[in-house]
Design a protein around this ligand. Structure first.
Ligand code: CDP
Ligand code: MG
Length: 833
């Protein structure tokens, strides 16, 4: 097993040699300068202006003159007809009334915290106030304001909005920058970017040179990146006394932030919303003639989905909810609802009932209610797209002359995004199916009705089992109130909560911050690449520090996969991984895929693991769907089945038959398209690492029984590994940590009675009652030994013999050479044994 270390060392050396061909390794991402055009693909956006050719006195004059120009431009716009109207709108927002107060507090304090209800004008107005006051004081040409958003879609939509409020095009004084996309010009003084982008800038510019204001928006969401950024900024403030930090929150619990920043002043913007009437499930059943379907008759596809209590609700609440849900449903004359046990009630999936109920309520609103848009909060993209399909088949809701049906989620394209804000024609009702993104970061003005399913997808992480899961869980009270508030923007509204009042009462007050409920691996890598010292010491300074065990697990994982060395320093592999903003395991696959010239299938796999499962399993056609998936399976691998399915789709797309192909094969066309675009994104990220030259990247892509791809998958997914033990009729699976485990029913390996390999590597395990593995690939001993790292298993001896021959088999000459030494070691080892 000592050999494995050597393999690692070899790969490390190889990467290191590669990296030395660059002038400055860690600055690689940022060293290329961009062209002067205002559309910039990736980095380069943060380069300093280029005043080099002038003396500072001349420069000052130029900037001063530019400042005056900016001021004149703005004045001219505000005097124009459209400009006046826009200004009037802006002045009607609650934030505008606080303008002077906000500006004076910012002037006098380094850190300011501003809270105010969603839609009161924080995001669009406050950065503008600062910009305007700088321009008025003719310092406008030198100020540089960065406003971070947790999601790319809000960064883009907000920057567009602000530019249009200023009568400009994007890329003039207002710009945006998200990963792989951006719009910024020489005059851009206000930049909206994702939090991740600012963190990447800190990588090369620790003092944020030239930046005058940093605004961190939506801090109430307590995203991991935001919490992380706050620690870094807190350290930065003493080094940059003139830098201003403004934190913005949509909820009132801002004292926490204030005390974190040594009692920074709080400003609250009093809001205005019209009253919204809340209807809970029992009221809905009372006022409509809708009847819930008994549990055992629900044939919605969603039935299989696991239903999980929100982590933060204590155990006793669970049973409390269980009994009260039951009571509520009984009270609602729901006679047939007879859960066998408490357990089966906790498996009761409100989403299922939600699906039919949502359809019913939407048609009820369309037929009986006054005009006004409807906003439907659902758990995720997959739910939204299924719901959309269901609604499109409905006689009223699917009729475009009566309903404008739109969707809103984090991964939608910016063109799609603009549709949400558009006004429908008269007599047409706008219905927007959305994730919790519309809860606080996107405001749709004309909403009068809100449907709230009560859940949101949340990553949670169980440090004890070291198992991450992304499951719908109950939202918090604050979220439910936010959702309700969306209905009262323009007139009194109605909110339909699709769960009983008693469930709401059991919601926790706030959601747990992300840093406390997700794996910390990427975060730890970032801490290391920003040279912020000891990981656990750094994280102990967070607003709320994660459990020590979670931190240790993450560090341990990074050591096992070779991203950190024994002393917690970044290895060369670790450096490369920090350049790839994705889970380390996916980054590892891409890196090895590039090195071993086997890129296309690996790109497909990595992209496939980043989108919703492309293999659909409608409940009523489960057998057909499983059979369709099996056609793609020849390799005892879900990952390779995906590659084959995707390649088939690409072929079909050439004849414009992609959609039919997906329909026939139970594939999601949306996921296929998403994979295609992600592949491009990943490829360009990978090019930036300099690991390959962009040409001969695939000559190893397909080989006999796919050993090379298996090796790459194994390299990424290790230590997600389980052993296959055959008995007479079938096989059983075991992992080191969990003991016996099961395969997810739609895995191709679940259909096999024998797997001619001793190991499975898997992407994800989910704990329900037993532990289930999702997406697995069978690998041989040699692959596991060389690419997986060491694993203690009793009967390795018998398998060692086969190793020698294999090596030559899947190595290209150039790489095989590097493994010659290892090969000799193997031979020696086998002889010794
Ligand atoms: O950040 P906050 O939730 O406080 O509000 P905002 O995003 O600054 O939006 C203020 C107002 O601008 C909203 O209430 C909308 O009326 C309007 N707005 C818009 O019409 N179109 C956008 N893309 C963004 C905002
Ligand atoms: Mg906002």
């Amino acid at each position: 097993f000592g050999l494995l270390k050597r393999v690692d060392a070899h790969l490390g050396e190889y990467l290191f040699q590669k990296s030395r061909t660059k002038e400055s390794f860690s600055d690689n991402c940022f060293s290329r300068s961009s062209s002067n055009s205002s559309i910039v693909t990736d980095e380069g956006l943060f380069e300093q202006p280029e005043p080099l050719a002038f003396s500072s006195a001349v420069m000052e004059k130029i900037l001063w003159r530019r400042g005056l120009q900016l001021r004149d431009q703005q004045q001219a716009w505000q005097e124009s007809l459209e400009g006046t109207r826009m200004l009037e709108f802006r002045q009607s927002l609650p934030a505008y009334k606080e303008k002077d107060a906000i500006l004076s507090v910012i002037l006098q304090n380094q850190v300011v915290i501003i809270s105010g209800e969603t839609g009161c004008g924080k995001t669009t107005q406050i950065p503008q106030f600062i910009l305007e006051s700088e321009i008025d004081s003719v310092r406008g040409a030198v100020c540089s304001i960065i406003c971070t958003q947790p999601r790319r879609i809000s960064a883009i939509s907000v920057s567009e909005r602000v530019a249009s409020e200023r009568g400009e095009k994007l890329g003039e004084s207002v710009g945006y920058k998200v990963r792989l996309e951006g719009m910024k010009g020489r005059d851009t003084r206000l930049l909206f970017c994702t939090t991740g982008i600012l963190l990447r800038r800190l990588l090369v510019d620790r003092n944020l040179k030239g930046v005058t204001h940093v605004i961190v928006d939506e801090i109430h969401e307590r995203g991991m990146n935001e919490d992380f950024l706050l620690i870094v900024l807190k350290d930065l403030l003493p080094r940059r006394p003139e830098l201003r930090l403004i934190l913005m929150s949509a909820t009132l619990d801002a004292e926490l932030f204030s005390s974190y920043f040594g009692g920074a002043p709080l400003i609250h913007i009093p809001g205005f919303t019209y009253p919204v009437q809340a209807h809970f499930l029992e009221n809905i059943l009372e006022m409509t003639d809708y009847r819930l379907t008994p549990y055992n008759q629900i044939d919605d596809y969603g039935q299989e989905r696991m239903w999980k209590m929100s982590k933060q609700a204590p155990r006793k609440r669970k049973s409390q909810i269980a009994s009260t849900v039951e009571d509520a449903l009984r009270a609602a004359d729901f006679k047939d609802f007879r859960p066998q046990t408490r357990e089966s009630l906790s498996c009761w999936n409100p989403d299922c009932i939600g699906f039919n109920l949502i359809e019913y309520l939407l048609s009820y609103i369309c037929e009986n209610e006054r005009p006004g848009a409807v906003l439907v909060f659902m758990t995720g993209w997959d739910d939204i797209s299924s719901m959309k399909d269901k609604l499109l088949a409905h006689p009223i809701l699917g009729d475009p002359s009566r309903v404008l049906l739109l969707t809103c989620h984090g991964s939608m394209a910016s063109s799609e995004q603009k549709l949400i804000f558009q006004e429908p024609e008269e007599e047409v009702r706008k219905i927007v199916l959305t994730t919790n993104i519309a809860e606080t970061s996107i405001t749709i003005n004309d909403v009068v009705f809100v449907l709230d399913c009560g859940k949101a997808k949340e990553t949670s992480y169980d440090a004890l089992n070291n198992t991450p899961c992304l499951l719908p869980s109950w939202i918090s009270k604050v979220s439910a109130q936010q959702r309700r508030g969306r209905a009262g923007r323009v007139q009194p509204g109605e909110c339909y909560h699709l769960y009983p009042r008693c469930v709401y009462d059991a919601f926790s007050e706030y959601q747990l911050p992300e840093i406390l409920r997700t794996p910390l691996q990427s975060l730890c890598l970032q801490i290391k690449s920003l040279k912020l010292g000891s990981i656990s010491e750094f994280l102990s300074r967070a607003l709320q520090s994660p459990e020590l065990l979670a931190v240790q697990n993450a560090i341990e994982y990074l050591k096992i996969i070779g991203a950190l060395d024994e002393n917690e320093n970044l290895t060369v592999l670790g450096h490369y991984l920090t350049m790839l903003p994705m889970e380390p395991k996916l980054g590892k696959m891409l890196i090895l895929g590039a090195i071993l010239n086997c890129l296309d299938p690996v790109l497909t796999i990595v992209a496939g693991l980043s989108v919703r499962d492309p293999f659909l399993t409608p409940l009523d056609k489960k057998d057909l769907a499983d059979a369709a998936k099996l056609q793609f399976s020849r390799d005892y691998s879900d990952h390779l089945a995906l590659v084959r399915a995707y390649e088939g789709w690409k072929e079909a797309e050439k004849d414009l038959a992609g959609y039919d192909y997906c329909w026939k094969n139970f594939l999601s066309a949306q996921s296929m398209k998403a994979i295609e675009s992600l592949q491009k994104e990943f490829l360009s990220l990978l090019k930036d690492t300099g690991l390959f030259d962009g040409n001969a990247t695939n000559y190893n892509a397909w080989s006999y029984d796919q050993q090379l791809i298996r090796a790459i998958i194994c390299y990424g997914l290790y230590p997600g590994i389980c052993s296959v033990v055959h008995n007479e009729k079938s096989f059983s699976l075991k992992t080191m940590e969990d003991g016996p485990v099961l395969l997810y029913s739609n895995s191709v390996n679940a259909r096999e009675s024998r797997i001619p390999y001793p190991w499975l590597v898997f992407n994800e395990k989910i704990k329900v009652n037993s532990v289930f593995l999702r997406d697995s690939t069978a690998v041989s001993d040699s692959v596991l030994l060389l690419f997986g790292g060491s694993i203690s298993r009793g009967d390795v001896d018998g398998h060692l013999k086969m190793l020698g021959g294999y090596l030559e088999f899947f190595m290209q000459p150039a790489i095989a050479e590097k493994y010659q030494t290892i090969r000799r070691e193997f031979d020696k080892l086998i002889q010794n044994k």
